[in-house]
Design a protein around this ligand. Structure first.
Ligand code: HMG
Ligand code: MG
Length: 312
């Protein structure tokens, strides 16, 4: 069967936010800013740089204002930040984000654990944030967690995703991300979650956000691409996890998605080698093996070529 694949894809690297938020040791602001710089240099045109959440809940993001102050903004690059409520929005304004992301969940239990309120209450909190952001000319995205599975409630029916997407739409959220927070989704289930979202949002206003806990994220990305989705959140070196989704590993690695897309003739505007260097920088800093299979393969190849050149 032939699919009508997009000719280009927008990669949103969420590494500096989703990738680092779960790290126990505080990553210095300078390293976060350097990671952002290297990602932008590699050609990434949209990133999640930080989040304005309670530092008691997520200490790693406590330096949000410093991160935004430390980065040299590049024209044409969209710098997004997460905000859960008006307090977060007001704090975020100083950093002049291009986009804010409100984050809700298709699962009641996850909503309670992650943002300490019900789904309905979260929408009440988001509504004034969305209104204020739009009035200030800032784009608004909504992240929808647990769209296929929840660590507390198990499988999530597509109707619940549709319900959340409708609520997001009603308060003016312009774009929504379908997230598989704990990486349990498989292609058909992910397609059903996306389908439920498409009842309320146009294809151009929906993105995929797949964690790779069960190794399904690349397959889920392909399944979404086959539906016409062309915007994906990914994380350099496959970093990441949500502090309130225990056991969930990182997002699909940016390197792996870029390699797959380029291999399919789909453009991303990203230089894979430079991206791998950024992934290595942060993996080395964290003293962590790079989680990207593509990065590991290319690094091995680089080492083999260097060895061959040295002995020639
Ligand atoms: P709460 O305790 O219900 O809030 O937390 P509250 O309004 O009752 O305030 C309690 C305290 O928090 C007060 O401070 C507030 O000032 C403070 P105190 O008087 O005790 O000193 N506070 C804040 N401080 C800084 N920034 C704020 C803020 N709001 C209140 N914005 C809250 C509610 C949402 C703040 C809390 O639950 C929280 O911070 N949760 C963190 C959630 C989080 O960051 N999760 C990870 C990101 S989501 C994710 O990773 C999923 C995603 O990747 C998609 C996917 O994979 O599914 C996006
Ligand atoms: Mg996530």
């Amino acid at each position: 069967m032939a699919f009508d694949y997009p000719s280009s894809v927008l990669i949103v690297d969420v590494g500096p936010r989703d990738g680092l938020q779960n790290e126990k040791t505080q990553v210095p602001t300078t390293i976060k800013a350097e990671l952002i710089r290297q990602l932008v240099d590699a050609g990434v045109r949209k990133l999640e740089t930080t989040s304005y959440v309670s530092p008691k809940w997520v200490p790693q993001m406590a330096d949000n204002a410093e991160v935004m102050r430390s980065i040299t903004r590049r024209p044409g690059v969209c710098y997004s930040v997460l905000v859960p409520n008006m307090k977060g929005f007001e704090a975020a304004m100083e950093g002049k984000p291009d986009e804010i992301v409100v984050f809700g969940a298709a699962s009641e239990a996850f909503s309670q654990r992650n943002i300490n309120c019900s789904i309905a209450e979260s929408i009440e909190r988001f509504a004034p944030v969305v209104e204020a952001a739009l009035a200030a000319g800032i784009k608004v995205r909504g992240a929808m967690s647990c769209t296929v599975g929840c660590p507390y409630e198990g499988e999530i029916a597509p109707e619940r995703v549709g319900y959340l997407a409708r609520l997001m739409k009603e308060i003016g959220v312009q774009h929504v991300g379908v997230a598989d927070t704990i990486g349990v989704g498989t292609p058909i289930k992910v397609q059903r979650a996306i389908d439920a979202t498409l009842q309320h949002y146009d294809i151009d206003d929906v993105s995929g956000h797949f964690h790779d806990t069960y190794g399904q994220a690349l397959a889920n990305t392909l399944a979404a691409l086959q539906m016409g989705i062309w915007q994906f959140d990914t994380s350099v070196a496959g970093l990441g996890g949500c502090p309130y989704a225990r056991g969930a590993t990182g997002n699909v690695a940016t390197e792996d998605v870029v390699y797959m897309l380029h291999g399919m003739g789909i453009e991303t505007g990203i230089d894979l080698d430079a991206l791998i260097d950024a992934g290595e920088m942060i993996s080395n800093f964290l003293e962590r093996t790079n989680s990207s299979r593509v990065a590991r393969a290319i690094l091995n190849r680089r080492a083999m070529l260097a060895e061959a050149a040295a002995t020639a």
